[in-house]
Design a protein around this ligand. Structure first.
Ligand code: NAD
Length: 490
């Protein structure tokens, strides 16, 4: 059996590595049923201490007062360290989450690329000047860091997702308190350690461990100015409510039920590869999973058969095996949720064309890549996020119906469209209520291109050249340079 060392992850508060004063926890690796990590959760008092450390640094420390160039230098060094530690970070990610090791390495490299990009943005903080306000007035609009930011992240791409938030918050001059998922505490802890090793003032990045209660204390905390959250739509709503009660800024990256739409004139070979990839990548535990295949009725039968065949080629198994494409599911509870959804699909009239079962493995929890065919477009398995390796196949007759089905879930994170006709592809892209539409490709991400959702998929945008704006306030400074001041009362 594969072995790896059990890690102990501390909380990091004001630069000090401490066990929390909450309860002790273990993370059992989903693929190997061995203890991957131990940590002690933060108590409410620990969260208070972490917020106080971030507040002190923001109010009186050096980080918000440094030049952009100085902040950029720290972020660049962190990017390089992530690159140097790809193998170690990928191993932690894989044993805690169950994802394939080859994929984890790509994600760590992707995270490093985001830190490099954010470093560039740290030197791009500038505003506007207005000199056409009439004689005697000049105004400027400057950007300032929003303050102390609570960063709450999920388990499915732990390092990548914190890297979509933290470097931009830091580049903007904010200070932070981070709470990773209780199931994947490792790479985020290592990242904050690297930040400190590379010269980030200790109070600028604090880290607390724990589950939903710790997340809730952070989201409700009156001492933070913003919460940036990635996770489920259900918890996102609660984070938004907490933000409303304490009146702070909030950004939310939530769930999705993303379609890949295949028209009859598409390059079907290319579409096939990406439909299979989109459905099963990261075990389907992916906000961007292409968990719905909308296929034109003229090619539906043949294309669906090919998807089923190709699904049989997907290697499922030990996450540490280089050949693995689909690893283990995150928890026993989640495996139950996925299993229940497949049963629901059958009751709703769908057919299990392949898969549908837990894989019979001596150790670890795996679910077979599954294709549900003949799914009625109103079925729950066609509209709700399953978050497992389950593809729901729905047919459509024309562009209008494809758009109607696409937009009928309430979610709006992403979509893919496959057609050789630029008019068809672009008409679909323009009519789709989603934050990202991929045309003849799927799940291609770049630090330069912003990411986020419509509707139940979230509020705000990450990445891209405006990424730091999410973590900024704008201040208008209006200057009377010589205009006469008329008397208000005589
Ligand atoms: P989750 O909502 O259960 O948990 C996310 C984080 O919130 C965790 O750190 C958790 O401990 C914390 N949390 C739980 N309850 C809380 C509360 N009441 N207040 C504050 N924090 C709380 O999500 P998950 O199961 O970890 O992740 C899966 C979900 O994340 C899926 O729905 C997926 O679509 C979504 N996701 C979205 C994106 C995106 O960019 N849009 C990316 C990845 C994952």
């Amino acid at each position: 059996m594969t072995t790896f060392e059990t890690q102990h992850w501390p909380n990091l508060i004001g630069g000090k590595a401490l066990d929390g004063s909450g309860s002790a926890a273990e993370r059992i690796s989903p693929g190997h049923a061995q203890i991957a990590a131990r940590y002690v959760s933060a108590s409410k008092a620990d969260v208070d201490a972490a917020v106080a450390a971030a507040r002190r640094e923001f109010d009186t420390g050096s980080w918000p007062r440094m030049s952009g160039a100085e902040r950029a230098a720290v972020l660049r060094r962190v990017a390089s360290r992530i690159e140097q530690e790809v193998d170690a970070l990928a191993l932690i990610e894989t044993v805690e989450s169950g994802k394939p090791i080859s994929q984890a390495r790509d994600e760590v490299r992707g995270a490093a690329g985001i830190w490099h990009y954010a470093a560039g943005l740290a030197q791009q903080t500038y505003g506007d000047a207005h000199n056409a306000l009439g004689e005697g007035f000049l105004a400027m609009v400057v950007k300032e860091p929003v303050g102390v930011v609570g960063v709450i992240t999920p388990w499915n791409f732990p390092l990548l997702i914190v890297s979509q938030k933290l470097p931009f918050a830091l580049a903007a001059g904010c200070t932070t308190v981070i709470k990773p998922s209780d199931m994947t505490p490792g790479t985020t802890t290592r990242l904050v350690q690297i930040l400190h090793e590379e010269g980030l003032p200790p109070g600028a990045a604090n880290l607390v461990h724990g589950g939903g209660d710790v997340g809730q204390w952070l989201a409700e905390h009156p001492g933070t100015d913003m919460t940036t959250f990635t996770g489920s739509t259900r918890v996102g709503k609660s984070v938004a409510r907490a933000a409303a009660d304490s009146l702070k800024k909030v950004s939310l990256e939530l769930g999705g039920k993303n379609p890949q739409v295949v028209f009859a004139d598409a390059d079907l070979d290319a579409a096939l590869e990406k439909v299979v990839f989109g459905a099963y990548f990261n075990q389907g535990e992916c906000c961007n999973a292409g968990s719905r295949l909308l296929v034109h009725q003229d090619v539906a039968e043949e294309f669906t058969q090919r998807v089923v065949q190709r699904t049989h080629d997907v290697v499922v198994g030990d996450p540490l095996d280089e050949a693995t494409k689909v690893g283990a599911l995150i928890s026993e509870h989640h495996l139950g949720v996925v299993t229940d959804y497949v049963a629901l699909g059958e009751r709703e009239g769908a057919t299990i064309a392949t898969g549908g079962q837990r894989l019979d493995a001596p150790v670890g929890r795996y679910f077979q890549p599954t294709v549900l065919t003949g799914v009625p477009k109103a079925a729950r398995v066609a509209r709700e996020e399953i978050f497992g390796p389950v593809l729901s196949v729905v047919t459509f007759s024309d562009l209008a119906e494809a758009v109607e089905i696409t937009n009928a879930t309430g979610y709006g994170l992403s979509a893919g469209v496959w057609s050789r006709d630029i008019g068809t592809a672009m008409s679909y892209a323009q009519a789709t209520r989603a934050g990202t539409v991929w045309v003849n490709c799927y799940m291609e991400g770049f630090p330069e291109v912003c990411f986020g959702g419509y509707g139940a998929s979230g509020i705000g945008r990450e990445l891209g050249r405006t990424a730091c704006d999410e973590f900024s306030e704008q201040k208008s400074i209006v200057v009377r340079t010589g205009a006469p001041l008329p008397k208000w009362v005589n």
